[in-house]
Design a binder for this molecule. Structure first.
Ligand SMILES: [Zn+2]
Length: 342
């Protein structure tokens, strides 16, 4: 069965079964009613373990679920006595960049204050104040190409400086707190020993971006099944925007800076196959067999000379035709002239 369907359609199939069971008066496939469907469920489990199944599972990290995302986006950055916790703030900003903007962990790593431009007085078309930051940088896989991402205000109406779920507020606080003296270094180049805990000892001593999500998950008491990595944030961005909010692939690609459509599709869906490129050669062969296509042939020198001669012959024929036409035209003109003179 797995050879025919992709993973996503398989999950759809399972939810369809659940729906069909309830409409026919049978209990859903849940833990309480597991004993009824045990044989089929065991079969599915063994299928999932098999190598063939794994070929159809998408590449890379798994994504966080909806509740985890909401909890991360709304988690607190102040301790009980109202003081700003610097490490909490930085963790939240890093996670938001990954989950809500589709940053690659390397993109996060490259964010510097000097590359950020800032418009605090921007008013949108609904005449509400929505300030934003533009983060300029380089593309992850294609370092020479310049890209930019925008972090903008997420308040309900006019920007509220006390709203700690507004992404602009978080980013602005982090940037202003770091100040001019750290504008050359990356925002997230740090260890987690008290406050921001800056380290100048190279990347080995500094933290990975994935640690931010890991710590937040621990703090909001979501015990993740697997170790949280930075790539999980990016995966979450694509999964949520594609399957949950229903955005188009082109729009998502623009923001996550996937240049290659095939690479993007393979990232999203392990069973994806570009049929056109896979069958291009065989289709060309078939066209050749059926005499609908002649391949370009590498030519020898004498053959090429003969071709040139042939083409030149055609050219001289057409020149002859042109001269004949001109002569007849001139003759006509002469007749006309003689007529006017008379
Ligand atoms: Zn705001």
């Amino acid at each position: 069965m797995w050879a025919k369907y992709k993973r996503s359609s398989f999950e759809l199939f399972l939810s369809y079964i659940n729906w069909a069971l309830t409409t026919s008066g049978l209990p859903k496939i849940t833990d309480q009613h597991r004993h009824i469907y045990i044989t089929s469920l065991d079969l599915i489990k063994t299928i999932k373990k098999s190598k063939k199944w794994r070929l159809y599972v998408a590449d890379g990290a798994s994504s966080l679920n909806e509740t985890e995302c909401k909890a991360i986006a709304t988690c607190c950055v102040r301790s009980a006595d109202g003081r700003m916790r610097k490490d909490w703030l930085r963790d939240k900003v890093a996670s938001c960049l990954l989950i809500k903007h589709g940053f690659h962990p390397v993109d996060c790593w490259r964010v510097k204050i000097q590359n950020c431009s800032h418009n605090p007085t921007y008013v949108d078309r609904a005449m509400e104040r929505k300030p934003y930051y533009i983060i300029n940088g380089h593309k992850t896989k294609d370092a020479g190409k310049k890209v930019s991402n925008v972090v903008s205000c997420g308040c309900a109406h006019d920007h509220d400086e006390e709203n700690w779920n507004c992404e602009y507020n978080l980013f602005h606080t982090l940037v202003t707190d770091l100040g001019v003296e750290r504008s050359q270094q990356g925002i997230f180049h740090c260890t987690n020993k008290g406050g921001y805990g800056w380290s100048n000892r190279g990347q080995q001593k500094t933290e990975t971006i994935g640690k931010s999500i890991q710590r937040i998950n621990k703090r909001i008491q979501f015990a993740p099944k697997k170790k949280c990595t930075g790539a999980m944030g990016r995966k979450t961005f694509i999964t949520l925007s594609r399957k949950f909010f229903g955005f188009e692939d082109e729009k998502i690609k623009d923001e996550s800076h996937h240049a290659d459509h095939n690479a993007y599709m393979r990232y999203v869906d392990g069973g994806y196959m570009n049929v056109d490129s896979q069958t291009l050669i065989s289709r060309t062969f078939q066209e050749f067999e059926q005499r609908r296509y002649l391949p370009p042939r590498p030519e020898s020198f004498p053959r090429r000379v003969r071709n040139v001669e042939h083409n030149l012959g055609q050219l001289t024929e057409s020149v002859d035709m042109l001269i004949k036409l001109l002569i007849t035209f001139l003759k006509q003109l002469k007749k006309l002239q003689s007529f006017t003179v008379l």
